[in-house]
Design a protein around this ligand. Sequence first.
Ligand code: CU
Length: 131
Amino acid sequence: MSKTSFSRALTASLLGLALTTAAKADTKDYEFQLVKDEAKQGEAILDVRLVDKRTSKPVPNAVIFAKRIDMAPDSMEEMTSKIEQLPSLEPGLYRFKAKLTMAGGWRLSLGAKVQGETGTVENKLVFKATK
Ligand SMILES: [Cu+2]
């Protein structure tokens, strides 16, 4: 192989690699992030953003199929509470109403389907309930 055809082959394979990477989004490219990592004890509204980590852009219209709240950060994984999803007020922002029955560390676990992606996004978010 001559030097030019080698470099041409290399360029072609790198280009192919770049195209495959760009076309294939993974659910690992998405992440839920809490807007605030503190909430008042009692009835609380939790705002969570879903972002595409590659672009930092918000991701709207994800379907949240699993949600759970518990006190795992304070070694009370069995201490769960009620949580319900509220209508979104802003694209890419997901709202939940939860009853934080005790001050301390809480964990919000979410499972979601993103439009156009196979697989699921699953994140565990930790925050604090204050008195
Ligand atoms: Cu507790």
